[in-house]
Design a protein around this ligand. Sequence first.
Ligand code: TXA
Ligand code: MG
Length: 346
Amino acid sequence: MRTECLPADREGITKAADILAEGGLVAFPTETVYGLGANALSVEAVRRIFEAKGRPADNPLIVHVTDKEAASACGEWNGLADLLADAFWPGPLTLIVKRKAVIPAEVSAGLETVALRSPSHPSARELLRVCGMPIAAPSANRSGRPSPTTARHVLDDLDGLIPLVLDGGSCDVGLESTVADVTGEVPLILRPGAVTLEMIAMVAGECRISDSVMRELKKDEAAPSPGMRHRHYAPRAQLTLVKGSPEKVCELIRQLAEKSEKTWVLAPEDRVKYYRGLNTHSLGGDAKETAHRLFHLLRQADEERVEHILSETLTSDGLGLAVMNRLARAANFHILDADGKASQND
Ligand code: TXA
Ligand code: MG
């Protein structure tokens, strides 16, 4: 199959809507990462997503909708969903509610619930408007690879496997949406993102976070969100995170970096200077910048055939929690403590 890449303008969006109406797949930009869309009401169309991505059938998809009215046609809407949608939609927040029968079980990998999100990216919104149907869309990467934040990234993974990519430039946020289960009394975050725990708590009065977010699931442990079970965001290079007091972190990273030539160091902007002489890349000046560039950096490391990536850690408050969650997962929870030299996963 030849993959066309068109600007996300009126012509591109019209063509994309036609493909979706025929049951085909289209990659499109959102404010978080690029999505791989299909008609959420069609079992055949949805199956194509799993095939193109090589995605395990037990990992459910997010359904994209224009607004809460469209959302309430797909899931059992409730007061908490309404409150959070009013505060954060359109935007990078996915709400999990009970699934209605119009949404095929395949979309939710057989779960009784459905994940719903109204994206704010103008091209995504226009596509939803023109095609007039809910769009099921996971991130537009091959399963297990870092999510794509440019059309180029999508092509790197899916060229020849899908008919069309809409190019809308680089995604603003750079990390996937916050996923919050709102079927209970208190919102429960299953995946942190740009709508932070603090922001949700301000609106809902309370917000909990699944304790599996920042650690590896045990072998037989039930996953609150199936995505936790699968290796995610992973570059081919081996990523190691080093935490601890700043001087010790620097010392240990330098020591480890000397062992191999094809090693990259990742550090916050103001710390890059401590790694002179090493192949060091900046994580940016704050969590927002890190979020924006993280997946791009991980993909670039693969292109340059880097073997090891050594990264400093960031503080886990606000958006920092989402950044640390993606870093920890990309590292397969391989985290060294420079002060104690103990690691979580060795
Ligand atoms: O920002 C985003 O959310 C992007 C853009 C394209 O919207 N999409 C995205 O989709 O990241 P995906 O499929 O890569 O991640 C969806 C996550 C997975 O971890 C999945 O397990 C979880 O949401 N999920 C989906 N439906 C669920 C459900 N019913 N219950 C629990 N977790 C669910
Ligand atoms: Mg994904």
